[in-house]
Design a protein around this ligand. Structure first.
Ligand code: BG6
Length: 474
């Protein structure tokens, strides 16, 4: 019989991002971030990325689920589920409100001291993303965000401050969330004013290069400040199948994955591959680099790969299908073997096993599934219970495949932090009703609700999973 148990010390937990849960967007000295300039949207209405915060518009991050004031209650619930780790991010603008200040904001630093202490009190390891889909808006206005090389210095200064401050509280770090998302949604990922579907790859690759250098500098600095730090990268990983066994479909799928691999290759191996350079030449992408960049990239390779996995994708070389696929956020077409979520994300647990194998075979460094989950509408029953069996089914099937990758295929996996362990604001649509949590938060898309927290059925299920180290998945 298949053994689904994970190795001793496996980091079971959950994940959120500061901008999607904290709220308190202008409290205690915090400045506006790019996330604070994203209006609410829906599956059919794109979020608008405004030039600063404009009057009369609804910005979901401003209050979010007010984790800033509820964190004690929430961490207590995570502890009740038995979390071994909690992945969150630091809101850069709590520490540097504009982004180019020399001195940090003490109130912002204090908040994360308190949050990390609260986690550690229950034996929960904080796993911290340094930049998760928010860039100080001040840096967008004054410097034009990541297209400008000056960003590297601001990021370095921010890292120096947080590494020093949380040196004895945080061991696991990640530099940029879904760093490759800059090629898909540059506004959300890097604050670049550019629409999804109209991405200028020249601008985005230059900005990505600055992030690579910034990340590598952070890794080197972090290791110098505390050799026990484990600093990873984080990639969005949409494994892509060819639609048919027609070899040209395989080439199409390969070329899509090759673009994603530029991001992991540079951060894991420390240089741009020959293939990446060929791609740049073909696309007319001419990255401006400084002479020292190559050495910086080489010296700042990561300790592990964190990745998000929600769905897989399909590629076809047929011109009309190829064109249609470009309009999707993740380039791809429908897979007739898979069902989709209410938001059209194709559910593919086996694809997670394939992804773990593909990444581990390519790099042979530890992996960490730092996001996975099902965004769905939940219904509260008359007795107050929430029977989210669809979410349990999604997570169970993915955990089973993850366990196969570890126990059958020999993949080295550090942990698993399902996304949105407590309901929060959706990054792509800005909605509340696209819920991922084990914990329900009483708030709707219009921002109404008393923010009370309650346990869904998946809460009790996940508690059993953790207690049995994956052995009990029913
Ligand atoms: C990942 C992001 O892309 O997917 C998260 O790192 C995001 O920030 C998550 O919330 C789920 O996406 P969405 O759009 O459903 O919130």
């Amino acid at each position: 019989m298949m053994n689904y148990k994970m190795p001793e010390g496996f980091l079971w937990g959950g994940a959120v991002a500061a901008n999607q849960c904290e709220g308190a967007w202008n409290i205690d000295g915090k400045g506006a971030s790019t996330a604070d300039c994203m209006t609410g949207g829906s599956l059919h209405v794109k979020r608008e990325y405004t030039h600063g915060v404009e009057d009369g518009k609804y910005y979901p991050s401003h209050e979010a689920i007010d984790f800033y004031h509820h964190y004690k209650e929430d961490v207590k619930l995570f502890a009740e589920m038995g979390f071994k780790c909690f992945r969150t991010s630091i809101n850069w603008t709590r520490i540097f409100p504009i982004g180019d200040e020399l001195e940090p904001n003490e109130a912002g630093l204090k908040f994360y001291d308190d949050l990390f202490d609260e986690c550690l009190k229950y034996g929960i390891e904080p796993v911290v993303t340094i930049s998760h889909y928010e860039t100080p808006y001040g840096l967008v206005e004054k410097y034009g965000t990541w297209e400008n090389r000056k960003m590297i210095g601001f990021f370095e200064n921010y890292c120096k401050v947080i590494f020093k401050r949380y040196k004895n509280k945080v061991k696991y770090w990640k530099t940029f969330n879904e760093i490759n998302a800059i090629m898909i949604m540059p506004s959300i990922a890097a604050g670049i004013h550019m629409e999804i579907g109209k991405v200028d790859s020249k601008v985005c690759m230059q900005a990505a290069h600055h992030q690579f250098v910034a990340s590598a500098k952070a890794v080197k600095l972090g290791h110098e400040m505390n050799p026990a730090f484990k600093i990873g990268m984080m990639i969005l990983y949409p494994y892509t199948y060819p639609e048919t066994c027609n070899p040209v479909d395989s080439i199409e799928a390969m070329s899509i994955m090759d673009i994603h691999y530029i991001f992991s290759d540079v951060q894991v191996r420390g240089y741009y591959s020959r293939k990446a350079k060929k791609y740049f030449a073909m696309q007319g992408i001419n990255i401006v680099m400084e002479p020292e960049d190559e050495a910086i990239l080489r010296e700042g390779t990561v300790d592990y790969i964190g990745f998000s996995y929600y769905m897989s994708s399909v590629a076809s070389a047929e011109p009309e299908k190829k064109e249609a696929a470009k309009g999707n956020m993740i380039r791809g077409i429908a897979n007739s073997y898979l069902k989709s979520s209410e938001w059209g994300w194709q559910i593919d647990p086996v694809g997670l096993r394939i992804s773990l194998n593909a990444l581990y075979d390519r790099y042979q460094i530890p992996l960490f599934v730092v996001e996975n989950g099902l965004g769905a509408v939940d219904t509260i029953e008359a007795d107050g219970s929430i029977n989210d069996s669809y979410r349990i089914e999604y997570l169970r099937s993915h955990i089973e495949e993850m366990a196969k990758a570890v126990n059958i295929d020999g993949v080295d996996l550090m942990g698993y932090t399902p996304w949105g362990c407590i309901d929060l604001i959706s990054a792509s649509t800005g909605e509340m009703k696209k819920r991922y949590g084990f914990i329900y938060v009483n708030k709707d898309n219009e921002g109404k609700g008393d923010m009370s927290r309650s346990r869904k059925n998946s809460f009790y299920w996940y508690k059993k999973v953790i207690a049995s180290n994956g052995g009990e998945l029913k």
